[in-house]
Design a protein. Structure first.
Length: 353
């Protein structure tokens, strides 16, 4: 990977973060419609996920171009965890004590932003797991059935901690989703419950990514992992998309936002699938179409943006689609960030050439 290409792949997440923060702050400060409070804060803090993806990209790229230092190994994952903690803390400050009656803006925005903080924490863990990324192509060259842990791999205690982080964050996300859906129905709880299911699906998908990276770094990746982790992501993406479509079919006044956003969150899951799937496909084998895998997040990004254009038009006649239209733009930016990460993984692991 030459310097120009590596610069481009690092610039994409930063550009997408600027898009999310810029659009989010514009809507946040406008305050012209009731949906601005929720849409502005959610889109702004989607930028935190872009920042965490940037940290992941830098950690991997600097290893590939031979400029990786001890400072890089510490600073970039910590930036990701700080962004995640700040996002989750701000979200919690909004919904704690906020009434759930009606469609309370603080209750809805707080829970969604808190969920984005959980996702950011999972992505920051991907960055931390990737600090030993160069061991993956090295281990992949060893013979099938050879599972000796490299001396440079993570200590077992670190593996357990890194594996536990996305699991715990996913459990928290699922708890909020189930708790809101199980409570007596209000528009706020209905919206939060459904959208948080999609956020929890992304956290669960990131469990598969973190464990895939860790097991390949530890040289413990086996055939079971090759099947189990991609299918977990497929299940989560399908769950979110189908659930969102079912919600949209009911066509209630408060159904448009959670329905469209859940479809968009499902598309993000399928973008994550491109990373998990690529690592599975090139592990100890040659995959001739490896350089086509980065097209998956490009397709999902375009799908989010085309859907956003449709929902923007729908919002002209139905204000209930206002928030979803803007959030879908931010989700499209997340998908495009994942294109950068998948391209880096393909460059560092594929032997298709």
């Amino acid at each position: 990977m030459n310097y120009t290409v590596s610069f481009m792949f690092r610039a994409i997440p930063l550009a997408m973060m600027a898009v999310c923060v810029g659009l989010g702050l514009y809507v946040w400060t406008a305050g012209e419609t009731p949906g601005d409070f929720v849409a502005g804060r959610v889109v702004t803090f989607l930028g935190a996920i872009c920042l965490c993806l940037f940290c992941t990209a830098v950690v991997i790229i600097r290893q590939l171009i031979g400029r990786y230092t001890t400072l890089d190994r510490v600073v970039y994952p910590m930036i990701g965890y700080m962004a995640a903690a700040g996002t989750a803390a701000y979200g919690a400050s909004l919904f704690v004590g906020a009434p759930s009656t009606g469609l309370n803006e603080q209750y809805v925005a707080g829970h969604v932003v808190f969920g984005l903080g959980l996702i950011s924490g999972c992505v920051a863990t991907v960055a931390m797991a990737s600090t030993k990324f160069l061991l993956i192509p090295e281990n992949s060259q060893s013979a099938e059935g050879h599972h000796r842990v490299p001396s440079a791999a993570f200590p077992q205690a670190a593996v357990l901690v890194l594996s536990a982080i996305p699991v715990v964050l996913s459990i928290v996300a699922w708890y909020f989703a189930i708790a809101n859906l199980a409570m007596s129905t209000t528009p706020g709880r209905f919206t939060v419950g459904h959208i948080t299911v999609g956020l929890a699906a992304i956290c669960t998908s990131l469990i598969a990514l973190v464990l895939t990276i860790l097991r390949q770094v530890q040289n413990a990746y086996v055939q079971r992992d090759r099947i189990m982790w991609p299918w977990l992501v497929i299940a989560m993406g399908s769950l979110s998309m189908i659930w969102g479509i079912v919600v949209l079919v009911f066509d209630g006044d408060s159904y448009l936002t959670p329905g469209f956003v859940m479809v968009g969150l499902g598309l993000v899951c399928f973008s994550i699938l491109s990373k998990v799937g690529l690592l599975a496909l090139v592990w100890r084998r040659t995959f001739s179409l490896a350089n086509r895998v980065p097209l998956i997040p490009v397709v999902t990004a375009l799908a989010c943006l085309f859907l956003a254009a449709f929902v923007f038009q729908a919002a002209v006649a139905d204000a209930n689609a206002y928030i979803a239209a803007r959030v879908l733009v931010g989700l499209g930016a997340i998908c495009f960030c994942l294109y950068s990460i998948v391209s880096i993984l393909e460059s560092g692991t594929s032997s298709s050439e």
